[in-house]
Design a protein around this ligand. Structure first.
Ligand SMILES: N[C@@H](CCC(=O)N[C@@H](CS)C(=O)NCC(=O)O)C(=O)O
Length: 288
């Protein structure tokens, strides 16, 4: 690295003026402004953004709806993290950690607030008894890989993705450190997928839905534009699995909800009914 830094005795926040991502960081938690959260008529209320952590949940909701489960109908509101919506009082009331996604389950008399994407996946999978085996080894394997994703992806996103794609200045030390870890993780996943059709066994589960938006999109070249840098074609089993999952209609639908960037056919900033997604997908060119 070109610039040396000697940490002072006590850390002081001199990060102001950083890039657009750094400018949303704060060393304290809690709401910065009063703004109630919107609520629609569906049983489930989602507050999210179409990043990998948000896509996990919208993919599961679309898979549940594809099975004909009407109780999984949801309103999805856009939380623009670049503008600080995650620090509004209404959002912080659901997730004190100020990170998307967050869910309010209004199906029963008691409102249930759910945050952390994996907790939302488990809540919905158990509620509708889908995509999470009830007992036995496959349930444990599903949890193993779901928690693997939660523990590993921050090294890929906050580590590799931040320093390789988002940081204004590129430094060799952190890019080396996190490229090493990203490739190690890809190798772990590739070896697991050599044993099974899906990540946790022969059944499609919430573990696949948690892992696909990160590692699946990475090998498909849809994350950080890093396919060549990380030589992703060498992970042949992840590629097989990612290509299989990207063909699923629910995966395609879940991948564009709460998105306000990209092509016209990739943007459904808010979702209140099936039609909101249908009308956008109609714009998709047949070769995309
Ligand atoms: N462990 C959390 C991570 C969620 C997360 O990192 N969300 C990011 C977007 S992908 C976010 O909301 N960032 C806003 C911020 O850091 O202020 C989960 O899985 O739900």
């Amino acid at each position: 690295m070109s610039k040396q830094y000697t940490p002072p005795k006590v850390w002081v926040d001199n990060t102001k003026g950083g890039n657009k991502w750094a400018s949303i960081n704060r060393p304290v938690s809690g709401a910065t402004h009063a703004k109630p959260r919107p609520t629609g008529n569906n049983p489930l209320q989602l507050y999210s953004l179409g990043t990998p952590n948000g896509q996990k949940v919208t993919i599961l909701l679309e898979e549940l709806l594809a099975l004909g489960i009407k109780e999984a109908e949801y309103d999805a509101y856009l939380i623009n993290i670049g503008e600080g919506d995650q620090f509004s009082s209404g959002f912080v009331d659901v997730n004190p950690n100020s990170k998307i996604p967050a869910l309010v389950d209004n199906s029963n008399d008691d409102e249930i607030k759910v945050f952390e994407s994996a907790s939302i996946l488990v809540h919905l999978a158990e509620k509708f008894d889908q995509f999470l085996p009830k007992q036995g080894n496959e349930r444990t394997q599903t949890f193993n890989w779901l928690f693997w994703a939660q523990g590993s992806a921050p090294f890929l996103g906050g580590g590799f993705g931040h320093f390789y794609a988002y940081a204004d200045e590129k430094f060799e030390y952190p890019i080396n450190r996190f490229a090493m870890e990203a490739k190690r993780q890809l190798d772990v996943l590739d070896k697991q997928l050599a044993k099974n059709t899906y990540v946790a066994g022969e059944q499609y589960s919430i573990a696949d839905m948690a892992i696909f938006p990160w590692y699946g999109k990475l090998v498909l070249g849809a994350l950080y534009d890093a396919a060549e840098f990380l030589q992703v074609e060498s992970y042949t089993q992840i590629m097989r699995w990612a290509k299989m999952l990207e063909k699923r209609e629910a995966v395609q639908r879940g991948s564009i909800i709460n998105r306000s960037w990209g092509e016209e056919w990739e943007q459904v900033p808010e979702r209140h009914s099936k039609a909101d997604v249908d009308k956008v997908l109609k714009l998709k060119p047949s070769n995309s």
